[in-house]
Write a protein that binds this ligand. Sequence first.
Ligand SMILES: [Zn+2]
Length: 148
Amino acid sequence: MKGKGALQKKTPKVCYPPIFRRGKITAVMEEKKLQFFREMLTAQIANLLGNAEKTVAEMTQRKEAFPDPTDRASLESDRNFELRLRDRQRKLIMKLEEAIARIDDGTYGICEECGCDISEERLRVRPVTTMCIACKTNQELKEKAGSE
Ligand SMILES: [Zn+2]
């Protein structure tokens, strides 16, 4: 009775020590949530791959439709734009695949810097992220300081 309750009251721990980084994912994120993110990531890859195929198809079509030189020139810059876009798509697909690999090895949703949980909200917005918001902000601040 003598104030024992107050003593036992601990602040809930949000962070997991780095030792939990591997193989303890169930303690960090439920299987159901992981499944959700796996489906989300897989869908995004499928979407990107679909777009890439469409881009190529459109490029081939246009080449045939506009044989004169002016159009060919604009087609060239279009093509460069498309290629840059595809390069970005390819890199994003790589990141998405890495995220799925992290789901498989049990490190998904854990910050690679501090070993804390990355908030679910953040993961929903940026499912490929590998850092919690605090570490990401820190990194950006450091980068900013370094470039100045
Ligand atoms: Zn962190």
